[in-house]
Unconditional design. Structure first.
Lengths: 347, 156
């Protein structure tokens, strides 16, 4: 019977990473500023680099001996010919939101992405994360668009920030959080607003610092769109990174590659919008209750992120109490969406 | 349905369940099955009482102080609502009895009863539209080290 020792398992995985690093012939380092902290990605070889780094590229900084607050080591078995240690838990062990409870405690967090056989781990004490996948070629679209969510989220929780399932855009110094489940129109609102001086913080996941004056940090420059909506954004067609997958997946775009000047690293949250696709031509805004905003933001964020719980739900409740909330009834005339959103910005 | 004892008390089924109340409406999230719920009005008042581990008697008493209605109707509706919450595993029986009843029941009629809002039966609204975010396909195939294999990675 396997001993349940999260730290011992983390150490065995980290040992395997170090062997993978030797096998790959060296390390590829990338540094990023995420939520005011320096995060170092340390790759064992090149195989994972093109799948993980594009979504973070807008936050890249030069690696001039910068001291990292968090280091994440990444490797795959296929390119490094290095095996992952055997799985130490039973498949029917309790796994909630991917988090393997038997191998998670106050110090160590463990998540299994069962669909592709990837593992994310964090040692909070050492500020050290590990990401493993069997084959870099199997990194799924959701991971390419929003890589390392679990590790970043776990670590940022210690620093007054956490991931939320929300889009965010801004005009001048005013940040707008777009909340709602998939298909509500967050991406449409975000991409339609990238004209007339609006800036892009995030499309699907952002980093929220809810305490004091709430602030939203950019995390990923990726945008995902249903293939059927692509015709609404002809300028973006040439930037689709996964044209061969459009029959089964949303189109994935990295805005850093195509509209780098539209990106911004973060903004104070001054308005919360709850988009909803109506099919009518005009776009309309109307006041929303804090409860409606919490219902749009809370479940979709909490269900997707491992380890999130009552304290984050309380923080989200405080946020929707503090910030004015509006329904955004999205029309088909996309150019009118940013004009309408402008009506609810603070003067 | 088994008759609920009046000194029975319940607790919110944490950490499986998280909840927040804003402006008299409560949002409840069940992490185990991906459902979430909303309750408003009388239901939210009952929820706040449960959060304080109030007994059935205490809850009924609190409601008679805030709403105009027949005591036995209120008692029946409280028991029905508590049963519904328990069926959804949002609450669980408290292992111990509440430390001390806060008020005797039935309550004396409130002198301002005429000005109280009418009691309305509490209702629980359940949403399951996000369950697919939580409920993953079972893992069928693993490699020799026990790690799941992506479905299309095994077919060539």
């Amino acid at each position: 019977m396997t001993e349940t020792n999260p730290l011992a398992f983390f150490e065995s995985v980290y040992d395997a990473y170090q062997r993978a690093e030797q096998s790959a012939g060296g390390v590829i380092d990338r540094y990023y500023t995420i939520g005011d902290y320096t995060v170092r990605l340390q790759f064992a070889g090149h195989a994972l680099v093109p799948f993980i780094t594009p979504a973070l590229e807008h936050l890249a900084i030069s690696p001039d001996k910068t001291r990292a607050d968090l280091t994440i080591c990444l490797w795959d078995s296929a390119s490094t010919a290095t095996s992952m240690p055997p799985r130490p838990w039973e498949l029917d062990d309790q796994i909630v939101r991917g988090e393997v409870r038997a191998f998670s405690n106050a110090r160590i967090h463990t998540m299994l992405s069962g669909d592709v056989g990837a593992v994310s781990m964090l040692d909070e004490t050492e500020n050290l994360g590990v990401y493993w996948i069997r084959d870099a070629c199997h990194v799924p679209t959701y991971e390419r668009s929003a890589p390392l969510r679990a590790i970043i989220h776990w670590w940022m929780r210690q620093h007054g920030r956490f991931l939320v399932h929300a889009g965010a855009i801004g005009y001048q110094e005013c940040g707008v959080l777009l909340v709602g489940k998939g298909g509500s129109g967050k991406s449409t609102s975000t991409l339609a607003s990238l004209v007339h001086g609006w800036r892009y913080v995030g499309d699907d996941y952002c980093l929220l610092a809810p305490n004091g004056a709430p602030y939203v940090y950019s995390l990923y420059n990726s945008a995902k769109l249903n293939a059927s909506h692509l015709e609404n954004f002809p300028r973006l067609l040439s930037g689709i990174s996964n044209p061969e997958e459009l029959a089964n997946e949303k189109a994935l775009l990295y805005l850093h590659q195509h509209q780098p000047t539209s990106l911004i690293s973060g903004l104070p949250v001054q308005v919360i919008l709850l988009p909803r696709v109506t099919g009518r031509p005009e776009t309309v805004v109307a006041p929303a209750t804090p409860t409606a905003a919490l219902q749009a933001l809370g479940p979709s964020s909490l269900f997707q992120l491992p380890g999130i719980g009552q304290s984050e739900f309380l923080a989200l409740a405080d946020l929707v109490r503090k910030v004015p909330c509006y329904h955004l009834e999205l029309g088909t005339e996309l150019e009118r969406i940013p004009q309408t959103m402008m009506k609810v910005l603070p003067q | 349905m088994e008759k609920m004892l009046h000194n029975s008390a319940f607790r919110i089924n944490t950490p499986r369940v998280v909840h927040q109340t804003i402006d008299g409406e409560t949002i409840i999230i069940d992490f185990d099955n991906g459902a979430y719920f909303s309750i408003a009005g009388v239901g939210a008042v009952i929820w706040e009482q449960i959060a304080q581990n109030a007994s059935v008697n205490d809850i009924v008493h609190a409601l008679t102080q805030r709403y105009a209605g027949d005591h036995s109707d209120i008692e029946t509706e409280v028991e029905r609502f508590l049963s519904e919450l328990q069926c959804e595993a949002l609450i669980a029986p408290l292992d111990r009895a509440p430390s001390a009843p806060r008020r005797a029941t039935p309550a004396m009629p409130d002198p301002n009863l005429a000005s109280l809002p009418a009691f309305q039966a509490p209702s629980l609204h359940k949403y399951t539209d996000m369950q697919d975010l939580l409920l993953l396909d079972p893992i069928h195939e693993v490699d020799e080290q026990g790690w799941p294999i992506r479905k299309d990675a095994t077919s060539g």
